[in-house]
Design a protein around this ligand. Structure first.
Ligand code: SAM
Length: 338
């Protein structure tokens, strides 16, 4: 099944909660938030049913995210339910890592394939200041526990922000190499929630490469799957890393991903103003065929190129002001799922 410009529906991010135990400056910089009503949150059974319907329509990769997905009780139970969906080839998790040490083994046993941990700095005091979190040691312990539990293809996401962590790029690569994890640098995006975003804080891919080249010498591009968001590179010693250049080189043309929020709202683009309500039909007794018809109609009509449209703006600032986010928390990155 393809959309209006030929993009398949392959990859689905399922946000299991809009809550987070960190307050990263680029995602949740405010003091208080409007949360999704608890009664609106899908149960694991409802999520698994939706994923099964999506799988019949072509979805092969599912990533659990949030908010912080490990704040949701017994996440391994959902993993075990999804693992039984034989059409999925890849079941992954994105987490801030703070609670991972205690869960890694259970997640592995439940059938999770891959984990990505978000870690932007190697300096605990910076995490404290920038994410209001004193849990740096727990994150590192989580990465190590995941390796011990058998997660071979660990990734570390690092959002690069000028003046915050852009002096740590080479160190992050070294850390990833030592811990057996691949670093993926992410350009700071003007998504909902990034209310302090400004263009000058974005460190473009070209500059990331140039800075790494100063420490590590020549860097070669590595061929990669065209629908993957990260362009991949290799250092002379064989260490590989990725860069997700969503701001300066958007990958809309090959974007095969969409997102379901914890309350069952389906967004076809990270930047989309509105989503498709799947909770109402799920709870209203719709059959799987009716759900599939709703999803099919929306995907066939999809023409979003959100990141490219943002790039074309002559003047670019935060996507939404705080009031706009409070009016509809679905606009938040932590609700939509990164
Ligand atoms: N709590 C989990 C975590 O920390 O990985 C999952 C949710 S988080 C929203 C998912 C990813 O989105 C993280 O890697 C985070 O760094 C990224 N992210 C959030 N806001 C961003 C922004 N403004 N620009 C780029 N990446 C962002």
């Amino acid at each position: 099944m393809v959309d209006r410009v030929g993009r398949p529906l392959t990859s689905l991010r399922v946000s299991v909660t809009d809550r987070c135990n960190m307050r990263c400056h680029y995602c949740m910089p405010e003091d208080d938030y409007v949360w999704l009503p608890r009664a609106s949150l899908l149960t694991y059974e409802e999520m698994a049913r939706l994923v099964a319907v999506f799988a019949t329509l072509g979805v092969r990769k599912v990533r659990l995210t949030g908010g912080e997905p490990l704040l949701r009780k017994d996440l391994a139970t959902l993993v075990a339910m999804l693992q039984r969906e034989h059409r999925l080839h890849d079941l992954a998790l994105t987490t801030n890592g703070t609670l991972l040490a205690g869960e890694a083994e259970r997640l592995r046993r439940a059938g999770l394939d891959r984990i990505t941990v978000s870690l932007d700095t190697l300096r605990p005091e910076r995490l404290e200041r920038f994410a209001k979190s004193g849990r740096h040691a727990e994150i590192v312990a989580g990465i190590r526990a995941a390796r011990r539990a058998g997660f071979e293809r660990l990734k570390i996401n690092s959002v690069v922000i000028r003046g915050y962590n852009d002096d740590e790029l080479a160190d992050l690569i070294g850390f990833g190499r030592a811990e057996g994890a691949e670093i993926r640098f992410i350009e700071y995006m003007d998504v909902g929630g990034a209310t302090r975003w400004s263009r000058d804080q974005v460190v473009p891919r070209s500059e990331i490469l140039e800075r790494l080249g100063r420490t590590y010498g020549s860097i070669a591009a590595v061929a990669h799957d065209s629908s993957a968001p990260a362009a991949r590179f290799r250092l002379a010693d064989g260490t590989e890393f990725g860069i997700i250049a969503s701001v300066t080189a958007p990958f809309c043309a090959a974007c095969d991903r969409s997102r379901v929020t914890a309350d069952g709202t389906w967004f076809l683009c990270l930047y989309a103003g509105a989503g498709v309500d799947l909770r109402q039909p799920v709870r209203g007794g719709a059959t799987d065929a009716e759900l599939a018809a709703t999803i099919t109609a929306a995907w066939h009509a999809r023409a979003d190129r959100g990141a490219e449209q943002r790039l074309a703006l002559p003047v670019r600032g935060a996507l939404y002001p705080i009031d706009g986010l409070r009016a509809d928390p679905h606009r938040e990155m932590h609700t939509r799922g990164g």
